[in-house]
Design a protein around this ligand. Structure first.
Ligand SMILES: [Fe+2]
Ligand SMILES: [Fe+2]
Length: 153
């Protein structure tokens, strides 16, 4: 049981890392993008920033409740390759695809946590299910944008 909780804390720390990376990437992308076609995406990304930050805060609180320690900035690793700023600041489609990668990664991580928590930690499981629902909504939103923007390319 104690081992399982340690495993859950470690996976929560990964999710925490991912949420914070998403916050920084969405701040950058929502600011860096240029052009008329980018306006809606910029607004949508900017609106998601507080949601992703709230996820990070929920996870931090849960890590603490489980007896763990919230990682410091030096323990964080940012490696999301497809959301790095591009030479072409009007490439909206590339940003949308990067967002889909980030949301897909989060969805995978929360799925892993939900399974890991089964029969062990229902509170963390419940939290991850709620966050998973948010990420699925984000992904669906950006899948819709991709459809539209790829057509107009
Ligand atoms: Fe999130
Ligand atoms: Fe998200």
């Amino acid at each position: 049981m104690a081992d399982k909780i340690q495993e859950i804390i470690a996976e929560l720390a990964k999710a925490y890392n991912m949420e914070l990376e998403t916050v920084t990437s969405y701040i950058a992308a929502s600011t860096n993008l240029d052009g008329v076609r980018a306006e809606e995406i910029k607004k949508s990304l900017a609106a998601d920033i507080p949601a992703e930050l709230a996820h990070a805060q929920l996870i931090a609180k849960r890590i603490k409740t489980l007896g763990g320690q919230v990682p410091g900035s030096r323990a964080l690793k940012f490696e999301q390759a497809t959301l790095q700023p591009l030479p072409d600041s009007t490439d909206v489609v590339a940003v949308i695809k990067g967002v889909l990668d980030a949301e897909g990664g989060a969805i995978k991580q929360y799925g892993k946590l939900i399974e890991l928590c089964n029969g062990v930690d229902y509170v963390t499981q419940d939290m991850c299910i709620t966050i998973l629902g948010d990420e699925e909504e984000h992904r669906q939103e950006f899948r819709g944008y991709l459809k539209e923007y790829e057509k107009a390319r």
